[in-house]
Design a protein around this ligand. Sequence first.
Ligand SMILES: Cc1cc2nc3c(=O)[nH]c(=O)nc-3n(C[C@H](O)[C@H](O)[C@H](O)COP(=O)(O)OP(=O)(O)OC[C@H]3O[C@@H](n4cnc5c(N)ncnc54)[C@H](O)[C@@H]3O)c2cc1C
Length: 455
Amino acid sequence: MTTPQWRPPAERHALSPAPASLRPGEVWRNWGRSERARPEFTARPRSVDDAIAAVNFARDHGLTVKAWGAGHSFTSIAATEGLHLDVGALAGVIAVDGSLVTLGAGTNLYELPALLEPLGLALANMGDIDRQTIAGAISTGTHGTGARFGGIATQVRGVTLVTAAGELLRVNATENPHLLSAAALSLGALGVLVDVTLECVPSFLLHAVERPEPAAAVLDEWLQRSAETDHFEFYVWPHTTTALTKSNTRLPGDAPRHPLTKFSRWLDDEFMANGVFRASCAAGAKAPAIIPPVNRLAVKLSGNREFTDVSSSVFVTDRTVRFREMEYALPIEAVPDAVHATQKLIVDRGWRVSFPIEVRSAAADSLLLSTASGRATGYVAVHRYWREDPAEYFREVEAVMMAHDGRPHWGKLHNRHAESLETVYPGFNEFLAVRDRLDPGRVFANDYLRQVLGQ
Ligand SMILES: Cc1cc2nc3c(=O)[nH]c(=O)nc-3n(C[C@H](O)[C@H](O)[C@H](O)COP(=O)(O)OP(=O)(O)OC[C@H]3O[C@@H](n4cnc5c(N)ncnc54)[C@H](O)[C@@H]3O)c2cc1C
C-alpha cells in the first residue's frame, strides 16, 4: 500500500512559497510529559536560507513560529499551534576563533565534549544533564552551580537570529552589541537562533567529593561553602535529616585523572539513581507511606564517593526517571531560610515527597532576563515524580520563594505572570522594548510568552 503524498495547501497559502521541508505538524510532547501541542506544520530547515523561508511562510500566512530544542523544558515555552521549527539539522562547529566557538543552534550539549576536546576547550560550567540543545539551553537560562560562575547564557558572545521580518540579525561585540543582553537569553521571543558563539575555556578536570552530611549544618555553612568551593551543590532529602553534598574543584586538564570505574558508575548512576529510584518512585506514587523509609534508606546507600575526571563527565549525570520540576532563583543569602521553610511545609502538610530539594548557586550577571541578573544567586528546586500531581506542593513552595523575592526558572513549572515578574527583573521592560522592535506582530508568541511577557 502506498501512502498518499502530502502537499502543502498552496491554494490557501498563496503568499510566500512553502519551504521544502514543510510537513503536517505532529503531536509534540515534552520530556516531563507536562505539555503537549499539535502544530499545524513542522519544518526541519537544513540551511539558514531554509529557516528564513520557513519564518517568511509562517508570517505571511498568519501562523506563529516556535523553534524547538530537545523538549526538556517543563513549561509550554516551546509549544505552538502554528509552525514548529526543528533546527536539529543546524548543528556542529561553524567557526573557531581562539576560545570563541560558533555552533549551529541545534547542537546538543552532549555533542560538545567531542567537538571541543580536539580544540583543547570546554564549557566553563554546565547543568546536570546534557540532552538540551545549545539554543534551548541559553534561551531559558539553563545553569549549573558555582558562586563564581554564570549560567550557559553568560558564556554567549554572539548569536545570529532570523527575525520576524525574515532578516538575519547578527549580535556580537561588533554588530548590534547593545542587543546581546537580550538576545543571549531570550525565551525564544526575539527570533529563531541559527548559530550561537560561546566563549569556551581551556579543558579542565574536576575533583569531585560527594558525601551525606547533616542537612542543618550544610544549610548553616551554605554561604561559606559556596564561596570556598568552585562548584558546590546539595540535595536535601525530605523525611530525613540528611543532605547529599557535591563539591567539585577545578584542576588543570593535564592533572592525573581518577575516574569512577565503569562498575561503580553503573552501580551509583544507573542502578541506584535510575533503576532503584524509578521503582521506589513508582511504588511511592501508589503507596505514599513507604516514601519516608525509602528516602532514609536511599541516603544511606548513596552519595559517598570521590573521583577526578574531565569536567563534562563530572558535571553531567543521566536522568531517566521522569519528573516535573519547579526552580526558584533567590538572593544567595536567602537559601537557608527558604529551604527550612520548605522542609517545614512538607512536615506540616503531611506530604510524602520522594524527590530531594536541590540547591545550587550562580554569580550575578547582566543579562536582562537571567534569573541571576544583578544579584548573587542561590537556586532552590523542588521535584515530583511525573505520575504524581505537583500542583499543591509547587504552589505552596512558590509562595515561600516569592516571599524571598524569587524568580522562577523560565523552563520549569511556575504560576507567575508578567505583572509580578516585572517587579523582580530590573531589565524586564528593556527586554519588552527589544521584543516590540524585533517582533511587533508577535510571530514568535505563544500562550506561555503571553503569560510571562504580556501581549
Ligand atoms: C531532566 C532535566 C534536567 C534539567 N537540568 C537542568 C539544570 O541542571 N539546570 C537548568 O538550568 N535547567 C535544567 N533543565 C531545564 C532545561 O535545561 C531547559 O528547560 C532547557 O531550555 C531545555 O533545552 P531544550 O533544548 O530542550 O529546549 P526546549 O525546551 O525545546 O526549548 C526551550 C526554549 O528555547 C527555545 N528555542 C529552542 N531552540 C531555539 C532556536 N533555535 N531559536 C530560538 N529559540 C529556540 C524554544 O522556543 C523555547 O522557548 C533540566 C530539564 C530536564 C528535563
